[in-house]
Design a binder for this molecule. Structure first.
Ligand SMILES: Nc1ncnc2c1ncn2[C@@H]1O[C@H](COP(=O)(O)OP(=O)(O)O)[C@@H](O)[C@H]1O
Ligand SMILES: [Mg+2]
Length: 332
């Protein structure tokens, strides 16, 4: 962490009146916000510079939802209001948010069936509680998992690059992936409610096998529950995001769904039957987003230690997601 960053974090802590700052460290688990762990006034805080894809509406939604969740026994982080009462503070470097730090640790990947079951059970509690959320969410800056629009936009990008040297190595994917996704689109008419929007395992905190925190609610939105279930199973039950032999682990999926079913409201049978399809759909949706960024190189971060350029990393991820999708069973 640079001295300059430390100075900004201290200034933000001063604005939130957290008391004397005694320690600031950078947390590198999340990839979206710039996250700092702070000790101030004798207490532990999380101070985040919010990624510019999120705005004030999302900050208000998170503050309302986390309050409701805590009132109903779900350990969501408490957002600290700024002196003007708002759940954020705007300064030249962007929007900043402070939450109280919760105990526990997060995992980068699911280490055991017990952890999958506990995370599934917490996601189910989240869904059950948020089904009764009494307010409307404010519309955020972007719509989540609008798969038809994601594919349509990707098709336009692919056409723009058709005559470039980047095209031939991925001609097979461009020719098959968008059609495959469109054939898998979920039928209309599934019920919608508030979903988490980003149920990756790194957004859960654990002590032993108990969930002590459900984090990162910036993507909450109104959608079918299947997008959360599909996204959770995709990310919990695969191997690494760029593993060319990425395979779905049905044992972990069983454990996760056992946990989820124990706490969530029952799904109607036609939605129940669509869990496998939804998981494959979300996986291929991510594949097409990676493939688009293979051409454009502007959205996802990439790792220069392992790849010569962004395009190579994004292509490895796109192919890995297709491989993973091919191993997801229909009947989950
Ligand atoms: N209230 C909190 N208590 C404890 N740890 C937290 C809290 N908020 C965030 N973290 C830690 O910071 C990481 C990144 O925060 P998160 O809100 O998930 O941001 P990102 O969107 O960048 O993933 C989390 O994975 C977790 O390790
Ligand atoms: Mg996160």
């Amino acid at each position: 962490m640079s001295a300059l960053q430390g100075e900004v974090v201290e200034r933000v802590c001063g604005h939130f009146r957290l008391g004397e700052v005694t320690a600031v460290t950078r947390n590198r688990v999340g990839l979206i916000h710039a996250t700092f762990e702070v000790e101030a006034g004798g207490e532990a805080w999380i101070v985040q510079r919010i990624h510019p894809v999120f705005g004030e509406a999302e900050m208000e939604n998170v503050a309302m939802a986390t309050r409701f969740l805590r009132e109903h026994g779900v350990p969501a982080p408490e957002v600290v209001p700024a002196p003007d009462g708002k759940p954020f503070y705007r300064e030249p470097s962007g929007l900043w948010r402070v939450t109280k730090r919760l105990p526990g640790r997060s995992f980068p990947t699911v280490p055991s069936a017990g952890i999958a079951e506990a995370a599934g059970a917490m996601l189910g509690r989240f869904h059950r509680v948020m089904a009764r959320f009494p307010q409307n969410l404010r519309p955020g800056k972007r719509r989540l998992h609008d798969t038809a629009a994601i594919v349509a936009e990707a098709r336009e990008v692919f056409e723009r690059y058709r005559e470039t040297p980047k095209f031939p190595p991925v001609a097979d994917l461009v020719a098959t992936l968008p059609d495959r996704i469109e054939r898998l689109l979920l039928p209309g008419g599934f019920s919608v409610q508030i979903v988490h929007g980003d149920p990756k395992i790194s957004n859960f905190l654990f002590e032993e096998e108990e969930v002590t925190g459900l984090l990162d609610l910036d993507a909450i939105s109104t959608h079918t529950l299947l997008v959360d279930l599909g996204d959770a199973l995709r990310s919990w039950c695969g191997t690494h995001e760029d593993d060319p032999r990425n395979r779905f682990d049905p044992g972990l999926a069983d454990a996760a769904l056992r946990g989820w079913r124990a706490t969530a409201l029952p799904l109607p049978p036609e939605e129940q039957r669509a869990i496998g399809r939804a998981t494959r759909l979300i996986t291929l949706e991510l594949a097409v987003r990676f493939l688009r960024d293979y051409f454009e190189e502007r959205y996802f971060a990439w790792d220069p230690a392992r790849y010569p350029d962004a395009a190579a990393h994004h292509l490895a991820r796109a192919r890995s997601m297709v491989h993973l999708a091919d191993s997801i069973p229909d009947d989950l």
